[in-house]
Design a protein around this ligand. Structure first.
Ligand SMILES: Nc1nc2c(ncn2[C@@H]2O[C@H](COP(=O)(O)OP(=O)(O)OP(=O)(O)O)[C@@H](O)[C@H]2O)c(=O)[nH]1
Ligand SMILES: [Mg+2]
Ligand SMILES: [Zn+2]
Length: 297
């Protein structure tokens, strides 16, 4: 029987099938091959009459995220807050690259618009919107912007990610009250955190599958195959200037004869975005040649 894994908890997979839910273990040989089923996977199971079963095969994946560990995602909803905590542009840029690399639709949500005393966050939201990304400014507390966001997530498998305290669970509770997710101040949660189980679960809701994840700061680029030479293609605002680079294999790091660098200098490309490009470029270079970092000084 074919089903979709919607939950993984202590080695037990909950698989949704046309015949209902099955609690499954994974076949032992997966571990030997170094691959294991994750939530979001479509799997072939050996189903028993008591609704337990065994996962026999993982069907081909459309995409795969390492952390949170989930497959076949349609949209990655990256939540930041206007305030408490204020966003880091670099982590937003990394998330956009991971999503685009895995062909996942990135959605940027800026929550706590009721605390919008931070003008630069509104500017940040505008910047990404101008770049062509989907941006939603919402307030889970006031319920504003929820209708539009719900519409954007309809019929999709969506993963919510973002720093702790930005309001992921609050937004999901506002969108889908039946989820009744735990929310709270960071300080309260840290105390409780040690005892709460941190697992990924895809909640089916009206044709969508929604995963809340605990905030763990930034999404990391490690483990994704992103080539240094293709990095510029993840920055849509570079595109109009690439023709002006003197060299076809321009790294866009040198001031001379580089269309991108000139555009940055003339204020046509956001300097923080360019900073992100440089930092990620450096990261990818060190990842390709780990010995450079070790022997640096
Ligand atoms: N002012 C304001 N506070 C909010 C809003 N949304 C959430 N909060 C508060 O922010 C705090 C954190 O919200 P959560 O929903 O638990 O945040 P989270 O992103 O799920 O955090 P983790 O689960 O730790 O990753 C709570 O105290 C919420 O009441 C909002 O729109 N405005
Ligand atoms: Mg939460
Ligand atoms: Zn260049």
């Amino acid at each position: 029987m074919i089903g979709k894994i919607i939950k993984l908890l202590s080695g037990v997979y909950t698989v949704e099938t046309p015949e209902g839910l099955y609690l499954c273990h994974a076949k032992g040989s997966f571990r030997k091959k170094g691959i294991s089923p994750v939530p979001g996977d479509h799997v072939e199971i050996l189903a028993l009459p008591d609704h337990t079963g065994r996962i026999e095969e993982i069907l081909p994946r459309r995409n795969y995220m390492i952390r949170p560990n989930v497959a076949n995602v349609d949209a990655l909803c990256y939540v930041s807050a206007f305030s408490k905590p204020t966003p880091f542009q670099y982590t937003i840029d990394k998330m956009l690259i991971i999503a685009q690399n895995q062909k996942i639709d990135p959605i940027l949500v800026f929550n706590k618009s009721d605390l919008a005393d931070e003008e630069n966050v509104a500017e940040l939201a505008e910047l990404y919107s101008r770049l062509g990304y989907k941006v939603f400014c919402v307030s889970a507390s006031l319920g504003s912007g929820m209708q539009e966001l719900r519409e954007a997530l309809k019929d999709k498998t969506v993963v919510f990610a973002g720093n702790t305290g930005v309001g992921k669970s609050s937004i999901l509770n506002a969108l889908y009250p039946e989820l009744m997710l735990e929310t709270g101040e960071v300080s309260d949660k840290l105390g409780r955190g040690r005892h709460t189980t941190r697992h990924i679960e895809l909640f089916p809701s009206n044709g969508s599958y929604i995963a809340d994840t605990p905030g763990f700061g930034a999404l990391e680029l490690e483990g994704y195959s992103i080539e240094r030479s293709e990095l510029a293609s993840y920055f849509p605002e570079f595109e109009p200037y690439l023709d002006e680079c003197a060299y076809l294999d321009c790294s866009h790091l040198n001031e001379q004869s580089c269309g991108v660098c000139n555009a940055v200098q003339q204020g046509q490309i956001d300097p923080k975005r360019y900073d992100s490009y440089r930092q990620i470029y450096q990261f990818l270079k060190e990842a390709e040649t780990p010995w450079i970092k070790k022997n640096a000084n």
